[in-house]
Design a binder for this molecule. Structure first.
Ligand code: ADP
Ligand code: MG
Ligand code: ZN
Length: 482
């Protein structure tokens, strides 16, 4: 039994999807030539004044409401001071004590303590505040020193801070997965970790089981994927446990995850809020958010993952598992609904989409966003199965051809002459052959081992290149064997 409990809290930065930066009119376009998206404001030139982008505030409010948080009635910006070349003003405009939203929650699905069930767990959201992003240092190909690209400087960020409510690295993974899904549904961010539009720092400590006081935390940075967050946490928990067991103290510090080495390394020791000398941003006056404004944003909220899962379960009679798997990937869920809208059976669509189509795409290393099979194409395939034109077995051969040859199911079935044989006389003939050729199996069946019929059905299917109706083959065999 483990003597220590792990405590994890996550700080997630998401780049908000606005056209222009948070305090100036510069473009937020990713991938532009270095320093083209800059102006006196985001370069911090003297005399320039920031003006808040209302769209960024609206997006931040959307997130707050989706996380069941309270939206502040008064909003203020503060200066967070630190010296680093990525920050031309030597301070970052952020929010200190009056964030856009606070006291929210995120409900995640985790394994029950016994491990056999999935239960819902509420993770508190301390706050979500607006701030500007910093520039980017470029080291590659630079001989002396570094270059700085200020295109990213001033891009709006929302920092979402969780309570230390997470207990396992897998829970941290699940939290990020769920949060990302909500942000995608809200359409407030691309959440692309590679492009840096979603970044996460993980705080972790351990304490003796039963201790009320939290242990000393370590913050881990440089986490480039959700899996990296999970792996870094696992590594760090082990490191801390070993230290404590040797009787040593945990130092409060920031550590960097090295993906290649699979280890964390110390970057700097403890920093406190007062090191940043936060003070109110004098160039942006605090302002009031009316309750009507909040209600307007609330009314415009789209359907969120949790509600969609419920709807999929009720309307389409999907299992919780299937509904969850579809909904957590919005493009997949949209595709599913487009198929079902063609009038085919939802459960069949769910299976053919999640198992067969995704499986075939994965085999070919094709991302779902580049899926060449349209929703109506998949629906047409499912319809052929539904109305008995082809067997499910044949359909499994048809689907890969739809991907590789970019043809419709109907066309492939016609070209390859795959229509299911429902001619009873023909199937009967083959059944007679199979019975004659397998006396041992027939005897087993007759002596009570009725599941042997499966083998015989298989033989009939094989004889007929998979085109026999398995249902008919089964019926005819059963009748003949008495
Ligand atoms: P700081 O002032 O160092 O930024 P905060 O109190 O703002 O610390 O917390 C930052 C993050 O660390 C939050 O997500 C919080 O839940 C988490 N956290 C705070 N204390 C601990 C702890 N003892 N162990 C693990 N995580 C913690
Ligand atoms: Mg903090
Ligand atoms: Zn600018």
């Amino acid at each position: 039994m483990n003597m220590y409990e792990t405590v994890i809290g996550l700080e997630t930065h998401v780049q908000l999807k606005t056209k222009s930066k948070i305090f100036c009119a510069c473009s937020t376009q990713f991938g532009s030539e270095p320093n083209v998206n800059t102006c006196p404001v985001c370069l911090g030139l003297p005399g320039s004044l920031p003006v808040m982008n209302k769209e960024a505030l609206a997006l931040a409010m959307k997130v707050g409401l989706a996380l069941n948080a309270q939206i502040a009635s008064r909003i203020k910006f503060d200066r967070k001071n630190y010296f680093y070349p990525d920050l031309p003003k030597a301070y970052q405009i952020s929010q200190y004590d009056m964030p856009v939203s606070s006291k929210g929650e995120l409900v995640i699905e985790v394994k029950s303590p016994s491990g056999s069930d999935v239960i819902k767990k509420r993770i508190g959201i301390t706050r979500a505040h607006l701030e500007e992003d910093a520039g980017k240092l470029l080291h590659e190909g630079v001989k002396d020193g570094s270059w700085v690209d200020y295109n990213r400087g001033g891009v709006p960020l929302l920092e979402i801070v969780s309570e230390p409510d997470l207990r396992l690295p897998e829970e941290a993974y699940e939290y990020l997965h769920t949060l990302k899904s909500i942000l995608i549904y809200l359409d407030v961010s691309d959440c692309n970790m590679e492009e840096g539009s979603l970044r996460c720092d993980a705080n972790v400590s351990i304490r003796k089981n039963g201790d009320a006081k939290l242990g000393t935390k370590v913050e881990i940075k440089n986490l480039n994927s959700f899996k990296a967050v999970q792996k870094a946490l696992q590594y760090e928990i082990k490191r801390q446990t070993e230290l404590v067991e040797r009787g040593e103290r945990i130092r409060q510090e920031t550590r960097l995850w090295d993906e290649g080495k699979g280890q964390t390394f110390s970057m700097r020791s403890k920093e406190e809020a007062h090191d940043y000398r936060y003070f109110p941003e004098p160039d942006l006056v605090p302002f009031t958010v009316s309750r009507e404004q909040v209600e307007t944003v609330r009314k415009a909220l789209p359907e969120l993952p949790q509600a969609r899962i419920e709807r999929f379960r009720k309307t389409f009679e999907l299992s919780e598992y299937d509904a969850y798997a579809l909904v957590s990937d919005k493009p997949l869920a949209d595709y599913f609904e487009a198929c079902v809208a063609k009038g085919v059976h939802p459960k069949l669509v769910s299976n053919w989409l999640q198992t067969e189509l995704i499986g075939a795409l994965n085999e070919r290393k094709i991302d779902f966003t580049k899926n060449p099979v349209s929703a109506s194409d998949l629906a047409a395939l499912v319809r052929l199965i539904e109305n008995g034109t082809i067997s499910g077995k044949i359909a499994k051969d048809v689907l890969p051809l739809m991907i590789d040859e970019k043809k419709s199911a109907d066309m492939i079935v016609k070209e390859k002459n795959l229509v299911q044989v429902t001619d009873e006389k023909l199937i009967e003939k083959v059944c007679d052959q199979v019975i004659a050729a397998n006396p041992k199996v027939v005897e087993q069946y007759r002596s009570g081992k009725t599941q042997s019929i499966g083998f015989l059905v298989g033989q009939v299917m094989k004889e007929m290149q998979g085109k026999a109706s398995p249902k008919l083959a089964n019926e005819i065999l059963a009748r003949k064997l008495g």
